[in-house]
Ligand binder design. Structure first.
Ligand SMILES: [Zn+2]
Length: 395
């Protein structure tokens, strides 16, 4: 860039160009996906835009609400009701006209994988565990660095996942993922529509038994299922059911305490790490420890997390083609699900065999499974089903 344009660009970045080891070209050629354009997502996007990261991809399926305006700094009163990703893109382009911004106003799980595959870094600024876990699994599968940040009130934390090198979100999920999320995900116990009515009532939502029965037919059995319906399920419902589900979802929306200053702080640290990642080791060391910030005491704590080689998302065992799994023909599908849940710490396994989704009371013998057959374990925690190679006992 030797013309006037180049000069303008370089003057814009003059102060950061003075940092030893800084490579603006690397940033300008980079592509970063930001999932979730809430408080932390706005902050990360703003930082990366100002620093001149060439392409930002914003993914968010929400619209701007009044209660967002105390912290989601890319939005103003005029934006209420508009898609966050699209409004944010307009603001970012004004802040720095030299960058590209792509937007997806949809559920992250329906965005084409190519969008992630073409990127250098994925940033998770989501407010719910199911989507965070799904993204974690996707990043590991695509071998892309993932920066996961979250906050609640005065607390915030940050974890950087370098697939195959550092711990992923599931490696220490037992300790780090709230117990109620883990329990809520467990659909192994046999539930009845009455259970759903009762659970919803406890959350302040009243539905009729008839509605609950209808939801059960759609395989929606828990509050968890309602909150985090896979993309596409809503579209398949009849109009009335869809409207009911949307109303329930609105009432169940997480309303966590949140503070702009904490969002800015954790997003600032995350953005610095992203810049370092884009410099591919030529600018400082990547923070691989899990970081916890407690704003009430003003304390930063770092925790060393080892990658677990038996992790069901990033472990060496699941990165093989298929994992050997001993079974007995006398087992029922439910028995098998329980053992899989135990061994791989997957609380909600669904089993796929040939073209069937197996039901709990089926017996393996009746399915005529053969030694070496592959069963796929489908779980909301993994973006790809986990293949298991059956090893029949007695053969
Ligand atoms: Zn892991």
């Amino acid at each position: 860039m030797s013309d006037g344009v180049g000069e303008e660009v370089f003057e814009r970045y003059d102060r950061q160009l003075r940092i030893e080891g800084w490579d603006q070209e690397k940033l300008m050629n980079a592509r970063v996906v930001i999932v979730g354009v809430g408080a932390t997502g706005c902050e990360v996007a703003k930082n990366l835009a100002l620093m001149g990261v060439g392409t930002l991809v914003l993914i968010d399926n929400d619209v701007v609400e009044l209660s967002n305006l105390s912290r989601q700094m890319l939005f103003t009163d005029d934006d209420i009701g508009k898609p966050k990703a699209i409004v944010a893109a307009e603001k970012l382009k004004k802040m720095n006209p030299w960058i590209n911004v792509e937007t997806y106003f949809e559920d992250v799980r329906s965005v084409p994988h190519d969008v992630f595959n073409k990127s250098n870094v994925i940033v998770s600024c989501l407010d719910n565990w199911p989507a965070r876990r799904w993204l974690n699994s996707l990043a590991v599968e695509l071998d892309k660095p993932l920066i996961d940040l979250s906050m609640e009130g005065f607390y915030a934390n940050l974890q950087i996942v370098l697939p195959g090198k550092t711990a992923c979100l599931e490696c220490h999920g037992d300790e780090l993922i709230p117990k109620e999320v883990q329990v809520a995900e467990c659909t192994l116990r046999r539930r009845k529509p009455e259970d759903l009515v009762k659970d919803l009532k406890e959350s302040g939502v009243e539905i009729s038994l008839k509605t609950a029965e209808k939801l059960f037919q759609l395989n929606i059995k828990t509050i968890y299922d309602l909150k985090y319906l896979q993309a596409g399920v809503l579209e398949k419902m009849d109009n009335k059911t869809r409207k009911t589900v949307e109303k329930i979802q609105e009432k169940l929306k997480p309303k966590m305490p949140a503070l702009q200053s904490v969002a800015a702080l954790i997003a600032g640290i995350a953005s610095t790490e992203i810049v370092k990642l884009l410099h591919e080791g030529k600018l400082g060391e990547i923070m691989t420890d899990f970081l916890v910030y407690d704003g009430l005491s003003g304390r930063f704590t770092t925790v060393k997390l080892e990658r677990r080689t038996d992790c069901f998302v990033c472990g060496d065992i699941v990165r093989q083609k298929a994992v050997d799994f001993p079974v007995s023909p006398e087992e029922t599908v439910l028995d098998l699900k329980k053992r899989i849940a135990e061994q791989f710490k997957i609380p909600d396994p669904e089993l796929l065999y040939k073209t069937w989704r197996l039901t709990d009371d089926q017996k393996l013998a009746d399915l005529q499974v053969k030694n070496g057959d592959i069963i796929y374990v489908d779980t909301s925690r993994r973006f790809m089903p986990l293949p298991l190679k059956l090893v029949l006992s007695g053969e």
